[in-house]
Design a protein around this ligand. Structure first.
Ligand SMILES: [Fe+2]
Ligand SMILES: [Fe+2]
Length: 153
């Protein structure tokens, strides 16, 4: 249990480490979409399952961020970060909704079918949005703690 107002740096490091895991998941999905026209493309079910897994991870990750107190702690340490921190948190439901929409529209057909073109574009856009979100979030936390956690990008 973390005493209120104090954040365990180990837990904070763990949370920021999850961003690396999310990057890896995005890269795997990017490879899936890129392989759609290869000799051995992934099955539609495999891509859907990976996206569902990403959604579950993302939901848990956002809950941990919102309940972990890291953003609040950053604001307490540096009040000028409050606007940026609020914007970051407000993006969580939007990102989940974007991923849900992508999943809702995911074609059931073989990934080589042209019906997957929109899904590939949608995923690329979502991926950009999520990476920009994590960059902003890392910036808020790193500035708040005045520490470099090694997430320069
Ligand atoms: Fe976040
Ligand atoms: Fe995050």
């Amino acid at each position: 249990m973390i005493p209120s107002g104090r954040v365990d740096p180990v837990i904070l490091g763990h949370l920021l480490g999850q961003h690396r895991d999310l990057h890896a998941r995005l890269l795997a999905l990017r490879a899936d979409f890129a392989a759609a026209h290869d000799a051995n493309p992934p099955s539609a079910k495999a891509v859907r399952d990976r996206l569902l897994e990403l959604r579950d991870h993302l939901r848990d990750h956002f809950v941990q961020e919102e309940q972990g107190g890291f953003l609040e702690e950053s604001i307490a340490r540096m009040p000028r970060l409050s606007v940026a921190a609020r914007e970051v948190v407000a993006e969580h439901p939007r990102l989940l909704a974007e991923l849900d929409t992508l999943l809702d529209k995911l074609p059931a057909r073989d990934v080589r079918d042209a019906s997957w073109d929109d899904a590939a574009l949608g995923f690329a856009a979502f991926s950009d949005h999520l990476l920009a979100h994590e960059r902003n979030e890392n910036a808020v936390v790193q500035q708040g703690y005045n520490e470099d956690f090694g997430f320069s990008d």
